[in-house]
Design a protein around this ligand. Structure first.
Ligand SMILES: [Zn+2]
Length: 417
């Protein structure tokens, strides 16, 4: 494209950005003048102590990966108690409840995740010293669950009416091994074709995640007949084939922007120093926020495995030929929501209307799935200050945490239209 056209295009994009920014900034500020909205915001500020109690109660129920059912049942009970309609638990274990608006659409899904990274048997009962709440999962994501519950309660208490509908979801499988399985059920199955916008409240602080870093994970196994290191010398060697593959992976060139990465994280195999191994294995992780870059990296990775095995077999003239299989053990789709998009601009405008600073960032959260599908999605922090997420020493500092609850509430109202 000639420079002149580029300039016009840039100006056009700039103008659109500016227009969309005013289009959403004004309504966000205007919402504060609505008496019902004002009352709801006051309620969450006043009731933050109750929100914190709720955060502690939810967190005392264990929710290990793939075992979120008990905490899920409690969320279902609370959804019913708070008057949500059509409450149910889907096949994956997601808890769903609807707060109908004047119309079925737009339908905003407002979510927080049930699962923790902590295995069964971990002592998860939280404790508290003043403003400091302590316990595994207290911020990530008991904070999100408590903020979601308080949002539902405040909307109801202040009788806030929204033009669009809000569907609340306490979802499963957000953390590592869960592989976003809750979202993978919600979007293509449980709420197929019904979700117009998505917000997940995940963890603490006031950040807004607009970039979803995707990842692919593999367990790769190289196999051959194996034999005696001296007696059978002259055979292809699975671990040596794997060494060739690792050297090729190590030489990959990847884009710096968007950040694209690869890592061979674990290796193993073999039975003895004096045996040609019958097996070698490695675990590989690749990440990018750009779906195309991740796909290209994935293709290079598979080619490297094939070439490595071919070279190893050729080197030993196909004596004891080695074969390779790559089992996918994790897929998190990549995507992003443009900064100029109405959902991001609304989130920024809502933060600004409440006098809050919110930085845009990237991460791997439930929003990855809708972002990948092109559905407007962001993940926001639930306020307060968190430390030690994913560790047994996790803490949540609740000073001014009501501001996070307010932001989530106002955002839900602003997007349900
Ligand atoms: Zn989380």
């Amino acid at each position: 494209m000639p420079p002149h056209d580029t300039l016009i295009r840039k100006m056009r994009i700039g103008l659109l950005f500016w227009l969309s920014a005013i289009a959403v900034a004004q309504p966000a500020a205007d919402l504060l003048k609505d008496p019902a909205v004002h009352a709801a915001l006051e309620a969450v500020r006043r009731d933050e102590p109750r929100t914190l109690d709720q955060e502690m109660r939810v967190c005392a129920i264990p929710a290990p990966p793939f075992k979120e059912a008990e905490r899920g049942r409690e969320l279902k009970r609370l959804f019913d108690e708070l008057g949500l309609r059509d409450t149910r638990i889907d096949r994956a274990g997601n808890v769903i409840g609807v707060r109908p608006g004047q119309a079925a659409h737009p339908n905003l899904v407002f979510a927080a995740h049930l699962d923790t990274v902590f295995p069964e048997g971990t002592g998860v009962k939280p404790s508290r010293e003043g403003d400091l709440l302590k316990g595994p999962g207290i911020g990530d994501d008991c904070r999100g669950l408590a903020v979601m519950l308080e949002t539902i309660r405040a909307l109801d208490q202040a009788r806030v009416r929204t033009p669009g509908t809000i569907t609340f979801v306490a979802d499963v499988g957000e953390e590592g091994l869960g592989d976003l399985r809750g979202m993978k059920e919600l979007f293509p199955a449980s709420l197929k074709g019904q979700i117009d916008k998505f917000v997940s409240v995940d963890g603490t602080g006031l950040g807004i995640t607009t970039v979803g870093v995707g990842s692919l994970r593999y367990r790769v196994t190289f196999k051959g007949p194996g034999g005696h290191s001296f007696g059978n010398f002259g055979m292809a060697n699975p671990i040596q084939a794997m060494g060739r593959a690792i050297a090729k992976i190590d030489a990959f060139e990847v884009p710096r922007q968007p950040k694209t990465t690869f890592n061979v994280g674990r290796v193993g195999g073999g039975t003895s120093v004096n045996a040609i191994p019958y097996e070698g294995w490695m675990e590989v992780d690749m990440r990018s926020s750009d779906p195309a870059a991740l796909k290209a990296l994935d293709a290079k990775f598979h080619a490297a495995l094939r070439q490595a095995v071919e070279e190893e077999n050729q080197r030993w003239e196909n004596r004891g030929a080695v074969a390779v299989t790559a089992e996918q053990v994790g897929v998190r789709p990549a995507g992003q929501t443009a900064q100029a998009s109405p959902i991001v601009q609304t989130a920024l405008a809502v933060s600004k209307a409440l006098d809050l600073e919110s930085a845009l960032g990237e991460g791997s959260t439930d929003s990855n799935v809708p972002m990948n599908l092109g559905i407007p999605a962001i993940t926001i922090g639930g306020g307060g200050i968190g430390t030690g997420a994913h560790s047994l020493n996790e803490t949540f500092d609740a000073r001014d945490s009501w501001r996070g609850t307010q932001r989530a509430l106002l955002l839900a109202i602003a997007l349900a239209r």
